[in-house]
Design a protein around this ligand. Sequence first.
Ligand SMILES: [Zn+2]
Length: 301
Amino acid sequence: MRKGLRLGVDLGGTSVKLALVDERGRLHDKVAVDTVKQPRALVKRLSEAVRPWSNRSLLGTGVGVAGDVDSQKGVVRFSANLGWRRVSLAALFRKFKFPAPIVLDNDANAAAWGGYHLELGARPKSLITLTLGTGVGGGLVLNGQVYRGVTGSAGEIGHLVVQEGGDPCACGNRGCLESYLGASAMVRWARAAYAKKKQVVEPLDPKILEQRALRRDPVAQEAYARAARALGTALTSLVNLLNPDTILLTGGVARGAGLFLPQAMGILKSGAFKTPARAVRVVVARGKSDLGVAGAGLLVI
Ligand SMILES: [Zn+2]
């Protein structure tokens, strides 16, 4: 990793984070702007946001995008969050004179790469990152490199099937991890469970569900227990499949890890092969939500 600052861009469905990132993943300055869905208008807005940094000498621009990304061609094939199909995003960044080279990747891969450097000092050889937010994102760093698979979609851990024929998922399948552990799935399940008990709990959002679980509300506790069982099942498969050094949990739901991680770890320890289960460290990210933008910047090697 070359010494110096690069521009990191974490492009999400509601906001875009931009930061100057050094070779160790530390942020030196940052700014956030609201997302606009029209690609050209968005990149123009971003170019205005980084104008105060125009006199800095930067090594390049790394962009993490929520969606299916062709990082070779610099194209976003599809993004449900942004409503994009076949957007030549790297070319747009070039047009607006962002520092070259411009490197594009999926945002979960960028977060895994950021976690590898920032949270763990690039020490472990293999790291799995799970981003627990509205849904569940995943990223793999294997033997010190982001593993993208043949078409770039590797690491979709949120869509590991943990329950055959289980709850429907936004991807069209059933029983995905995201259908139990994602914030929106947890809230949806809890709302239905309260309705069944003729209990009115409104408003209900992920934060309120977490607070209710902490106060031992049975429905909220069961929402977390379902999430814990799903996570434990997924971790068991991940550990048996990849034998990683570290599994890093990040995102808003991960901050409430005390409500589900102990149970999930119990399932992992009893279900996975003993040696890899003993070797793996499962940790919650210390930083708030900077892994994505830090990792995006670090895509510029
Ligand atoms: Zn799915």
